[in-house]
Write a protein that binds this ligand. Structure first.
Ligand code: 6PG
Length: 257
C-alpha cells in the first residue's frame, strides 16, 4: 500500500508530495505527464517535456516506455527534450541520452523526430548549444524576445544542491540571455551542456524528482532554509507550477506537518 503526504512548502508555496518509495513516486510522475499530455492533445497542441539525466528518473522513463503508457499517452503529439547532457558520445555509459534511449525511446511509440537530442559530444560546444536553442525555437515557437515555454520539465537534485547541470559556483548559474549553454563543472573536471535558469523558469510545470537519504540534509535546507543558497532554490517558475516529488528517505528531515 503506497502512502502519500501532500503538503505546501515555505518557498513560493510549491506542491510537495512524499511517497513511500521510488516506485509510487515514479508512477505518480508518469500519471502527471499522462494527464497533461491528454489536455494538450485535446487542445490539438504539441506537448513538450524536458527530461533530466541521473539515476532517479530512470524508473519513470521505464514506466513511460512500458506497454501501460504506450496506449495512455498520445506519443505522436509529444516532443521530448533534454534538460542537460554530459559532453560524451551518445553511446557512452555516462550519456544521459543513452539512459533515456534504453529506458524509454527503444519501447515508447514516440516518432524518432520527436526526440531532440543534445549533441553535447561535439567539440564546438558553443555551436552545439546554439543549435539546440534553434531546435527549441523550431518546436516551441516562442514569441520574439520571449523564452521558449516547455510544458513540463523533470529535474533532479544532487546532494550538493545542483540541478540540471547548474552546479554551485559554476558559470552557467549566472547565464541570463542564452537558452542553452556549456558549463564547466570543476568538481567533475568536465563540461556539460544545460538548459539555463531562465528557460527552466519559463516552463509551465517543473517537477523535481528527489530520492535517497543522501539528499535529505540538502533538501531540508533547500525547502525550509534561507533562500538563494543552492542552485535548486533558483528554480522558481515565473508563470508556472513547481512540484517536489520526494521519497520518504529524502524527506525524512523535513518538518512534520
Ligand atoms: C545529470 C542530471 C543531474 C541529476 C542530479 C541528480 O545529468 O546528472 O541531469 O542534474 O538530476 O545529479 O542525479 P541522481 O538522480 O542520479 O541522484
Amino acid at each position: 500500500m503506497f502512502s502519500i503526504d501532500n503538503r505546501q512548502s515555505a518557498i513560493g508555496n510549491p506542491e510537495v508530495r512524499i511517497f513511500d518509495g521510488l516506485e509510487p513516486l515514479s508512477w505518480s510522475a508518469a500519471a502527471r505527464l499522462e494527464e497533461q499530455a491528454r489536455v494538450k492533445a485535446l487542445e490539438k497542441k504539441p506537448f513538450s517535456v524536458a527530461l533530466s539525466g541521473g539515476s532517479t528518473p530512470k524508473m519513470l522513463y521505464e514506466l513511460l516506455g512500458s506497454p501501460t503508457f504506450a496506449g495512455r499517452v498520445r506519443w505522436p503529439n509529444v516532443h521530448l527534450f533534454q534538460v542537460d547532457e554530459r559532453c560524451v558520445p551518445p553511446d557512452d555509459p555516462q550519456s544521459n541520452y543513452r539512459m533515456i534511449r534504453q529506458a524509454l525511446l527503444e519501447t515508447a511509440p514516440l516518432p524518432a523526430e520527436n526526440f531532440h537530442r543534445m549533441a553535447a559530444e561535439r567539440p564546438d560546444r558553443e555551436q552545439a548549444a546554439r543549435e539546440y536553442a534553434e531546435e527549441l525555437a523550431r518546436v516551441l515557437h516562442p514569441a520574439p524576445a520571449e523564452w521558449p515555454r516547455l510544458d513540463l520539465v523533470f529535474l533532479g537534485m544532487g546532494p550538493d544542491g545542483h540541478t540540471a547541470s547548474l552546479f554551485p559556483g559554476s558559470q552557467a548559474l549566472n547565464e541570463r540571455t542564452a537558452w542553452v549553454t556549456p558549463n564547466f563543472v570543476a568538481r567533475l573536471n568536465s563540461f556539460r551542456l544545460t538548459l539555463t535558469l531562465p528557460v527552466l523558469n519559463a516552463a509551465a510545470h517543473v517537477i523535481f524528482l528527489v530520492a535517497g537519504v543522501d539528499k535529505a540534509d540538502t533538501l531540508r535546507q533547500v525547502l525550509e532554509g534561507p533562500e538563494g543558497r543552492f542552485p535548486a532554490q533558483l528554480i522558481q517558475p515565473t508563470c508556472g507550477r513547481l512540484s517536489w516529488f520526494l521519497d520518504e528517505s529524502a524527506a525524512h528531515l523535513l518538518k512534520k506537518e
